[in-house]
Write a protein that binds this ligand. Structure first.
Ligand SMILES: NC(=O)c1ccc[n+]([C@@H]2O[C@H](COP(=O)([O-])OP(=O)(O)OC[C@H]3O[C@@H](n4cnc5c(N)ncnc54)[C@H](OP(=O)(O)O)[C@@H]3O)[C@@H](O)[C@H]2O)c1
Length: 377
């Protein structure tokens, strides 16, 4: 089987299979990546450890921001003669079933179910179904998979699980009222693209911030009323941004803020809510996930912690943390995607020997807009 992998530098000379190893840099760290061939796994559906499991042959996979931590950790710390599979989203086909599995059939197309905080099965860990989505064959407990309908393309499905489940969870938790003014930060992040597309059919006014105005038209096409440029290194951005000042003046403040990188944004946007009106701020993540491997310390810019909390207290702001989502969130997202109501933004598709190209596009391309997919088909 094939394994798109992060590789040790000496791997090329120590594996008995034909391998492609390519060098690149991510965040200034030297990274070797490659397509590694290994033996297909054996799967005995009657073995006690497999009776609830399903063997899946991947058709395509993709990476998320979170995988960058594991990639850089591997590049910096792992032995030079080993390889590590990567990725946290995939689409695959069921090729074998455990003896007790009843809800799936051979041939079903599936994606990972990252249900959190409850996996639905006592003793089974909640959260991401895999950190090794690039393994061509992999077995999963049946609760860690969901079937997808034929209306969903492989490209959309390979991009979908984490973004779809997280976006639907955040929107559910916010209990958004019609006519609300919503700010989404880091508009070009995959998470925010999922959120923006999920909000398309809500009756809301959607504003977004981004580090650049690149893709302004594309973002307006999917429902953003106005895109506002943010300068993360400017402590005074709130007072210097004429565009944000004008929007705030026009609408009187936001009711909801959705933020995938709280350490970049909270100290800049927390004072943008409607005063004293009990707005809701929700976040699912932070920017500083890998500085320990790059040697470049993260510098925070924005209001100090006590001013953030004082602003929240005086304005009755609810602060909501969100990690992934429930099975029902993902099921609803899949249904809406299949009905054409929740499109997935796919940037590009790679195959075959294009391993470096896949990682370069995923993590180094400033003009990436949407998910980057690697396909085994
Ligand atoms: N906890 C969970 O369940 C969960 C689930 C999904 C995602 N997340 C989190 O959500 C966040 C986004 O993940 P993702 O996979 O969607 O990320 P992503 O697509 O890789 O995000 C890339 C975007 O981040 C912004 N960005 C990148 N480098 C930046 C820099 N140096 N300075 C400022 N902004 C920069 C840019 O957006 P702009 O230019 O538009 O600002 C860029 O387009 C991460 O923190 C991730 O861990 C968490």
């Amino acid at each position: 089987m094939k394994n798109v992998s992060i590789c040790g530098s000496k791997l090329q000379h120590s594996m008995p299979f034909p391998n492609i190893i390519q060098a690149m840099q991510i965040e200034g760290v030297n990274v070797f990546c490659g397509l590694i061939h290994t033996e297909d796994p054996e799967f005995d559906g009657n073995a006690p450890e497999n009776i609830w499991k399903i063997l899946v042959k991947k058709r395509a996979f993709s990476c998320n921001y979170r995988d960058k931590n594991l990639i850089l950790k591997t590049a910096v710390n792992a032995p030079e003669d080993r390889f590590y599979t990567v990725g946290s989203d995939f689409v695959g086909q069921v090729v074998a079933l455990g003896a007790e599995v009843t809800e799936f059939q051979v041939g079903d197309r599936v994606i990972g179910n990252n249900s959190y905080p409850d996996s639905g099965v006592v003793g089974l860990l909640p959260g991401v179904s895999t950190n090794s989505a690039s393994k061509e064959y992999q077995s999963f407990h049946q609760a860690k998979l969901l079937k997808i309908p034929r209306e969903m393309s492989d490209e959309s499905a390979a991009a979908f699980g984490i973004g779809g489940q997280t976006a639907y969870s955040m929107i559910r938790k916010l209990e958004i009222k019609p006519g609300a003014n919503i700010l989404v930060t880091a508009a070009k992040s995959n998470t925010s693209l999922f959120v923006i597309n999920a909000l398309k059919h809500h009756n809301v006014n959607l504003y977004a911030t981004s580090t650049s105005l690149r893709f302004e038209q594309e973002l307006k096409d999917i429902g953003v009323k106005q895109l506002i440029q943010v300068n993360h290194e400017d402590n005074d951005w709130l007072t210097t941004s004429k565009d944000m000042g004008q929007v705030y003046h026009e609408i009187g403040g936001f009711n909801y803020i959705i933020d995938p990188f709280f350490d970049l944004h909270i100290g800049k946007v927390i004072s943008l809510f409607v005063p004293r009106a009990g707005g809701k701020y929700i976040t699912c993540g932070l920017y500083d996930q890998y500085s320990e491997f790059t040697g470049k310390d993260f510098q925070y810019h924005g209001l100090p912690f006590n001013q953030i909390l004082a602003t929240m207290m005086l304005n009755n702001i609810h602060l909501i943390g969100n990690c992934l989502g429930t099975t029902e969130d993902l099921q609803q997202a899949i249904q809406d995607c299949a009905n054409g109501q929740f499109p997935v933004v796919v940037d590009s598709l790679f195959k075959g020997d294009q391993i470096r190209e896949f990682f370069e596009r995923t993590y180094n391309a400033k003009d990436r807009f949407g998910k980057v997919i690697y396909s085994y088909n």
